[in-house]
Structures are given as structure tokens and as C-alpha cells.
Write a protein that binds this ligand. Structure first.
Ligand SMILES: [Mn+2]
Length: 246
């Protein structure tokens, strides 16, 4: 995996994901609470990893960008002056582009590996990571394809495109309201990766279920989300902390 070979040293990192800004769902105050948490981060935090599905949907047309998350983006731009800021593409906001990069945020296609306290930690969104997520991986490939991007860019008025995208998210939650059937596979997959690649830990979101497990000195953490639980993961040289922020 590209993320693994490009690893960087870090003193301390904070990971959060799945705020789904733009969805009429979850805590209506979540953009503000996320900004408050980010503004209050300790000076020791060197890397802020936004781990996917920060926006319910994102697409950049040639002259138009969605009216979503403007308060958050302003806060991130401020933060990016003194820290490294990363955004991993999620299955909802896979089309992050130039207007995000212009604010000093680095966009990652798959994930990121940071060496914290001399040990490697892998951060990713989590969609398509387990073997049975075959359909997720195919959809991911299709949505990210040049043809799909071209169609979105050229065939639909941006207002209609947003209606379609936000409506699709709402409909998929109505059809599958609970955790997916394969939710237990994530932990097993992560531990298998840790052993194969000698990782200290794997951190991901996507399933909206906060969970931390430790096995033989290796750590699996799902951060939950910043939609309903408002939880984050902080990692320093001593380990990982799954924290609920109120
Ligand atoms: Mn997701």
C-alpha cells in the first residue's frame, strides 16, 4: 500500500471521521462542535487526520463548489498554518479537489501511515477494507472513474447533482439503518494487516461504531463518528485513546 511506504514521523495525531456535513441526520450542532474541538487541540498534536465522509457529498465543478462546511473549512485553513492536515477520501466525499487543497489540506486517496513513538500506525476510512466488501470496492472504482467524474461535471446542473447525491445518501440509510452484516470482519482484517506489516495499530471510521481492542501490543481502533457519538482517536508515543468529546 502506497500509504505504508510513504510514512512520516509524528509526535502526536488526532483522527476523526464521518461528520457527514450536509446530511439532515445526527447532531445538528456537529459542525460547530467539531470546530470547537479542533480549535482547542493541544500544541503537541502535529497531525490532524480527517478520515473520510467529513462531507455527506463533495464535488467541484469548474466554477462551483458545494455550499457545505464553510465554517469547518475556515477552521481547517487556520489549523493548517501550524499543523499537517490530511483528508482521506471517503465513500461519500471521494471527489475532494483543488478547493480543499488550496486551504492547505493534503488529500489522500487511500490512507496514511504515521510513525508515532517510533511505531507505525495506519489510518484509513475503512470502506472496502474487508474481503466481503466486494460490491463496495466496485462502486468505489466506478464512482472514482474518469467517466463518472466527466458525467457529473457535464451532464447535471450542480443543484440537481447535489439533490441526487444527498438523496442517495438518505435513501441508503433508510434501507440499511443498522450496522452492516460484516461489521465483525473489520477487526479481524485489521489485526491480520498489523501482523503482516508489523504495524502498531490500525485506525479507521466508516462503520460509525466506536471500538478499541488490543492484542499482543497491537491496537485496533474505530473512532466512531462525529455525527452521533462525536468521538475521536488521539495517538501519542504511549498509545491510542478513544475519546468522547462533549
Ligand atoms: Mn463511509
Amino acid at each position: 500500500m502506497q500509504a505504508y511506504s510513504d510514512r512520516l514521523d509524528s509526535r502526536e495525531a488526532v483522527f476523526l471521521s464521518d461528520s457527514h456535513i450536509g446530511a439532515a441526520w445526527g447532531d445538528p450542532d456537529r459542525e460547530a462542535s467539531l470546530c470547537r474541538m479542533l480549535a482547542g487541540l493541544s500544541e503537541d498534536v502535529q497531525d490532524v487526520v480527517l478520515g473520510g465522509d467529513i462531507f455527506e457529498f463533495w464535488f467541484e465543478w469548474r466554477h462551483v463548489q458545494p455550499r457545505l462546511g464553510r465554517i469547518l473549512l475556515n477552521e481547517l485553513e487556520r489549523l493548517a498554518v501550524r499543523r499537517r492536515l490530511w483528508m482521506i477520501r471517503g465513500n461519500h466525499d471521494f471527489a475532494l479537489g483543488e478547493t480543499i487543497r488550496e486551504r492547505g489540506i493534503q488529500i489522500l486517496d487511500d490512507g496514511l501511515c504515521l510513525e508515532i513513538g517510533g511505531r507505525p500506525w495506519l489510518f484509513l476510512h475503512g470502506d472496502g477494507m474487508v474481503p466481503s466488501d466486494r460490491l463496495d470496492r466496485q462502486i468505489r472504482k466506478l464512482l472514482r472513474s474518469r467517466l463518472a467524474q466527466w458525467a457529473y461535471q457535464n451532464l447535471l446542473h450542480p443543484d440537481w447533482a447535489m439533490v441526487v447525491a444527498l438523496g442517495t445518501g438518505r435513501a441508503s440509510r433508510a434501507v440499511n439503518p443498522g450496522p452492516s452484516a460484516n461489521i465483525d470482519e473489520y477487526e479481524a482484517t485489521a489485526f491480520a494487516w498489523m501482523e503482516a506489516a508489523e504495524l502498531a495499530g490500525v485506525v479507521h471510521g466508516h462503520t460509525h461504531r466506536p471500538l478499541q481492542r488490543e492484542r499482543q501490543g497491537r491496537v485496533y481502533v474505530n473512532n466512531g463518528d462525529w455525527c452521533r457519538t462525536c468521538s475521536r482517536v488521539r495517538i501519542d508515543a504511549h498509545g491510542a485513546y478513544l475519546e468522547l468529546i462533549t
